[in-house]
Write a protein that binds this ligand. Structure first.
Ligand code: FES
Length: 158
């Protein structure tokens, strides 16, 4: 089975199991993203048909919520905090550095598939601003230097 048809089966199974719940669209989208890491564009017709919605309606909801992504995430997703405390502690400067070091903007993935970059609005680590999360690990007092060190270590272990 190809990767695409495996994804379609997953999407179909999730949609079938949740479609009769009230307000099923968001739970379906969450379940697909939790399982596949993203909501592939190919899933839109399946979801639309099951819920009796137009494709445009499903697409509209996916694009309204920035949380949902329609491209496969990188091996490591970097969540960079953009909330107030981190902004006050040099978050913007760090953000510019992160984007230039990785060569990507928010919601994008590096060409080698190693890193995706997503904004987050408070990681609950304000006392150690600026903060970021990679995978399950939270990093505090992130500087441009410590960011580069962390990224270099991840790249070296890849
Ligand atoms: S504002 Fe960034 S961790 Fe709370």
């Amino acid at each position: 089975m190809t990767e695409s048809s495996t994804m379609q089966v997953t999407v179909q199974n999730i949609t079938t199991s949740l479609k009769d719940k009230p307000g099923a669209l968001l739970p379906i989208l969450h379940a697909i993203q939790d399982t596949l890491g993203f909501v592939p564009d190919e899933s839109i017709p399946t979801i639309a048909k099951a819920l009796n919605l137009s494709r445009a309606e499903v697409h509209g909801v996916i694009s309204f919520y920035h949380y949902f992504r329609n491209t496969k995430p990188g091996k490591n997703t970097i969540h960079l905090c953009r909330a107030e405390s981190c902004q006050a502690m040099g978050g913007k400067h760090l953000e510019n550095h992160v984007k230039s070091r990785l060569g990507i903007d928010f919601h994008e993935t590096t060409a080698d598939g190693q890193f995706s970059l997503e904004p987050v609005y408070c990681l609950g680590n304000c006392a150690c601003s600026p903060a970021m999360q990679i995978g399950t690990e939270i990093y505090g007092r992130v500087s441009t230097e410590s960011f580069d060190t962390t990224i270099n270590e991840i790249e070296a272990s890849a």
